[in-house]
Design a protein around this ligand. Structure first.
Ligand code: GAL
Length: 660
């Protein structure tokens, strides 16, 4: 039984930025636009505690009351992303230290070090005060811990606190310096340690540090984010029972293990800025031009699926909850260029999230400030408080949501795409080719699946996550994870592996018996050589499509069929029974044909869609999106169903919802 929840809109609000006389009007206008959830508080420490120990909550009480009086629900953020100046001055060693050994200064945000115990205690103090005061407030609908852990490159800190913590962490993991030396291969370059107290952090070395050292430091640093977050969730649960806790994760951000943090959260949420992200994907110029005002058609969707999986970690799939905590409402201020959304984009983004099961789509932010760093970031209201375009879009969406009775009801897909944070760290540490990027690799396979209209579950590399699937895709999973291999051996899914899957041990050494290591239980093959290639050269395959940036020289074992070959005569894809291995990073054409063939083999309904069209079924409703600038006839995917929103042919940047 899946739990159905009503879908609704929200907004991020900073009452402390505006005169109190204005709050009433703001709350009324929010309610009039059909907004129900209002996030407040997450940066307001200097107003909650202007002097050490002197708490001032009267203004926040009144903000709660004003919102409550208009029937609005409050999401309360803990303010620990912005420790105030007095706190930094009291405890200067709480500042994070960058790779070059310099403290990160005061004057923006996220300047703290996750390993610093003193700062954890201070966080616990302010969170306790908030949880006691508001934990049972009738308007409170959820908590948000901190804000965007890791934003501005802040997960890794090379501080004294981190060094001490890392040494303790290593001594627990390895028990003896000898075991550490063996796991890291420290005999190389005389890097051997006699005690854990000799181990330094992997920065300021002359040339690259040992990748095993870096990987363990990244694991340690990720664990600190988990621990920091847990301090807050334990306190909140003690004083605010039954109120769900969320954190707002980011896009294209892999610096800590989001599945591990999510184990302490009830709701996963993320902050989506599709136009801002367009520049970060490895798209060609033509694609970037085509989607300039709407964003990559698959980037957001991949994150929706990833965070839906995060939302399910704590309470299971049927109860899995996820939101969009911040949605772009107009041009932002932080990308290299900040184009405006095309007409229709803001509405399409909301439905892309609802279609993927988001309960809430919350806009960042209510009113554009005329001051400070984000004064060029648009909002639902202009700086002079007149409604901006996105305010009108909210009204339209909330009307439509009530008409279709939109509910989120998580569905399990037959297709699982494995996503692993450690792999992102590993390939960042040792890319072997400048542009080898794990997220990009996963996106290539995700895109190919979505181009066939298939709804995908993005899952962690665990046995449960891949159980009972029809198709499992495992790109670039660095470690030869035996549990996963055994689960795949036991199941009967069609499996696509590679490139680079299983090529290392968990300690970061080349897999025993050559890559793909333990995955050789699934397919009898080995890889004798890999090469990385600069972007101006492709490796074309005889069957069409090409490898870009990365290819492997595959040696098939007995009974293994060569399914694709490079034009220069090397095996490019192997297959044995239900398992295939792809030996390179596919260009879009290759990714689409490989996935198309596997879907057909697996018997999953999927047909290649028009380049701009994407569809998503959420159990009750099928949504069809047009990301492109031209009108498209989508009669073939409507299949004569009852139309709830929109019409065919589908206009540019528009959508249709039909009843399933
Ligand atoms: C997010 C952040 C917000 C705001 C927003 C601007 O990363 O959580 O506080 O800075 O970006 O787009």
């Amino acid at each position: 039984m899946t739990v159905e929840r009503k879908q609704t809109l929200g907004v991020c609000y900073y009452p402390e930025h505006w005169p109190e006389e204005r709050w009433e009007t703001d709350a009324r206008m929010m309610a009039e636009a059909g907004i129900s959830h209002v996030r407040i508080g997450e940066f307001a420490w200097s107003r909650m505690e202007p002097e050490p120990g002197q708490m001032e909550f009267d203004w926040l009480d009144r903000a709660f009351e004003t919102l409550h009086a208009h029937g609005l629900k409050v999401v309360l953020g803990t303010p620990t992303a912005t420790p105030p100046k007095w706190l930094v001055d009291k405890m200067p060693d709480m500042l994070a230290i960058d790779k070059d050994g310099r403290p990160r200064g005061f004057g923006s945000r996220r300047h703290y070090c996750f390993s610093h115990q003193g700062y954890r205690d201070e966080s616990a103090r302010i969170v306790t005060a908030l949880a006691k005061r508001y934990g049972k407030h009738p308007a409170l609908i959820a908590w948000q811990t901190d804000n965007e852990y890791g934003c501005h490159n802040t997960v890794l800190s090379y501080s004294h606190a981190a060094r001490k913590g890392f040494r303790d962490w290593l001594s627990q993991k390895y028990q003896s310096p000898d075991a550490l030396n063996r796991a890291w291969g420290n005999v190389f370059w005389s890097m051997e340690y006699r005690s854990f107290d000799e181990v330094e952090l992997p920065n300021l070395t002359v040339t690259e540090p040992n990748p095993s050292h870096v990987l363990d430091f990244r694991r340690y640093s990720s664990d600190q984010v988990v621990a920091f977050n847990k301090v807050q969730t334990d306190i909140i649960r003690a004083h605010s029972p039954n109120i769900p806790i969320a954190h707002n994760f980011m896009g294209r951000f892999v610096e800590f293990d989001h599945f591990a943090v999510s184990a302490d959260l009830d709701i996963a949420s993320w902050d989506t800025y599709p136009i801002g992200f367009l520049d970060r994907d490895a798209n060609d110029v033509e694609t970037k031009k085509r989607y300039l005002g709407i964003g990559d058609p698959d980037n957001q969707a991949l994150h929706h699926d990833l965070y839906r999986a995060c939302g399910a970690v704590r309470n299971g799939e049927a109860e899995g909850r996820w939101w969009v905590m911040e949605q772009q409402p107009g041009p932002v201020n932080w990308a290299p260029w900040n184009p405006a959304p095309v007409p229709g984009a803001i509405r399409l983004w909301a439905y892309e999230a609802f279609a993927a099961g988001a309960e809430v789509v919350s806009y960042f932010r209510w009113r554009q400030p005329s001051f400070a760093q984000e004064q060029m970031h648009e909002a639902l209201l202009l700086p002079n408080a007149e409604p901006n375009e996105a305010y009108g879009v909210c009204k339209q969406i909330s009307g439509e949501l009530s008409a279709i009775g939109a509910v989120s009801a998580p569905q399990r897909s037959d297709v699982a795409l494995v996503f692993d944070y450690e792999s992102a760290w590993a390939w960042h540490t040792q890319p072997q080719g400048r542009d080898f990027d794990y997220f990009d690799l996963v996106l290539r396979f995700y895109r190919a699946l979505r181009q066939h209209g298939v709804s995908v579950d993005v899952v962690p590399p665990t046995a449960e996550a891949v159980a009972d699937r029809k198709l499992v895709v495992v790109p670039g999973l660095f470690a030869d994870n035996e549990t996963l291999v055994d689960a795949l051996v036991d199941g009967d899914a069609t499996i696509l592996l590679g490139p680079r899957t299983g090529s290392k041990s968990a300690d970061f050494q080349i897999a025993e018996g050559l890559p793909p290591g333990k995955f050789r239980k699934l397919i009898d093959m080995k890889i004798r050589r890999v090469e990385s290639i600069p972007p101006f050269v492709d490796v074309p395959l005889s069957e069409g499509g090409a490898f870009q940036g990365w290819r492997e020289f595959l040696v098939p074992g007995e009974g293994v069929e060569t399914v694709r070959t490079s034009q220069d005569g090397h095996a490019a894809q192997l297959s044995q029974g239900r398992v295939s291995y792809l030996g390179g990073r596919p260009d879009p054409e290759l990714a689409a044909s490989v996935i198309g063939e596997l879907l057909a083999k697996t018997g999953i309904e999927g047909k290649r869609l028009h380049r701009d069209v994407r569809i998503r079924d959420n159990g009750k409703v099928r949504f069809i999106f047009n990301y492109g600038p031209e009108t498209v006839d989508v009669g073939d995917v409507l299949e004569g169903r009852e139309v709830l929103i929109g019409q065919n042919p589908l206009g540019p940047h528009d959508l249709i919802a039909v009843r399933l």
